[in-house]
Design a protein around this ligand. Structure first.
Ligand SMILES: [Ca+2]
Ligand SMILES: [Ca+2]
Length: 361
């Protein structure tokens, strides 16, 4: 009898032990070995952060994906939403000394792991250089043109600083090319992305707002940062046509931004959404969302673009913020670009620190 009790106790103890052991195996540890470029704990002007990590050991169960969240706290637990399916993410950060990323994994049984915290990342303002600003006083005006003329004529200079980064045609000489550029720019003959809205762009923006109002939505402010993003994207699309298989939401490797070939995959969305941050050097750090029209045969117009965009379900759900888009906060601002064969509109949920953009004079 005693030996039977002993055996039962032994079996009971074994079951308890196995349960504890199984429980320990089941708990999903945090992801490990974060590798980032740039690395944390330094301060720099490189605001696009590429970070990868190792998946936690989930035994025979696979990892479904990861929730990733950035903020300026060191111990935040991200919400239970799979943001990326691969152990890698790229983001663009605004200025600040204590950005942290928080990453947790979800296995295919629906269990969420502990959280990996990485940081702090510190982003300092990169000095923005105005093309043609020969005396480097952060303004472009006739003083720069006069200085350029003096240099062209090899006249003697009186104590003026010459800023070699003002070279607009990259021939390592400050001369007539810069003078012509400066004069055209200050007389409104050359526009840079984000300067102003051209007539067809203003018209397309108004048509978007009319369409929203017909659908009981508020009209949106024309944002300088998002228009800068839209106009920059159009120049890129026009000069560097995306390769076959890459959509019109793609960006080339010919600019000061992260290139992306959009194939519709979740992972590439992220790289498009950070473009307002990359293009404005962090002034508009929030994400942006784009709809695009293109027609290789004809010059784009506001009338044709609005017809196409509002007759396509994929596009009108973005403009009217329906479907999955309704889960985001309401659109607060938009940016409009129309150039050659393309038109793009960007939407953002955050107000623009750069404010609104005016029609070109
Ligand atoms: Ca100047
Ligand atoms: Ca030059």
């Amino acid at each position: 009898m005693k030996s039977q009790i002993k055996i039962r106790l032994a079996i009971f103890a074994a079951v308890v032990f196995i349960t504890i052991l199984t429980g320990q195996v089941m708990a999903l540890e945090a992801p490990t070995n974060p590798v980032s470029s740039p690395e944390p704990n330094g301060c720099g002007s490189d605001r696009t952060i590429n970070i990868s990590w190792d998946a936690p050991d989930a035994g025979t169960t696979g990892i479904e994906g990861y929730s990733v969240f950035w903020d300026e706290q060191s111990q935040t637990i991200p919400s239970e939403n799979v943001i990326v399916t691969q152990p890698q993410t790229i983001t663009c950060l605004g200025n600040g000394t204590s950005h942290y990323v928080h990453i947790r994994a979800k296995d295919e049984d629906g269990n969420w792991s502990e959280t990996l915290h990485v940081g702090p990342f510190c982003i300092e303002d990169k000095e923005y250089e105005i093309p043609g600003d020969i005396n480097d006083d952060e303004a472009l005006n006739l003083t720069d043109a006069m200085l350029g003329l003096k240099l062209t004529a090899a006249m003697e200079l009186s104590n003026e600083t010459i800023h070699l980064n003002a070279d607009v045609n990259k021939d390592e000489v400050i001369g007539l090319a810069e003078v012509i550029y400066i004069l055209k720019r200050i007389s409104g003959l050359i526009f840079l992305p984000g300067d102003c809205l051209r007539p067809e762009e203003a018209k397309l923006g108004s048509l978007i707002n009319e369409y929203r109002q017909e659908n009981d939505l508020d009209p949106l402010l024309f944002s300088k940062s998002l228009t800068q993003t839209a106009q920059q994207h159009l120049i890129d699309l026009h000069e560097n046509e995306p390769e076959e298989g890459c959509s019109q939401h793609s960006w080339s490797d010919q600019g000061d931004w992260t290139s992306v070939c959009d194939t519709g995959a979740l992972e590439t969305w992220n790289l498009m959404q950070i473009k307002p941050c990359e293009i404005t050097y962090g002034i508009y750090p929030a994400e942006g969302y784009e709809v695009a029209y293109d027609n290789k045969e004809e010059q784009a117009t506001a009338e044709v673009a609005i017809k196409y965009l509002t007759e396509s379900d994929d596009h009108k759900t973005v403009i009217l913020q329906q479907g999955n888009w309704s889960q985001l906060p309401s659109w607060a601002v938009m940016g409009v670009g129309l150039y050659e064969h393309h038109a793009v509109i960007w939407f953002g949920t955050e107000a623009d620190p750069q404010g609104t953009i005016e029609p070109c004079q």
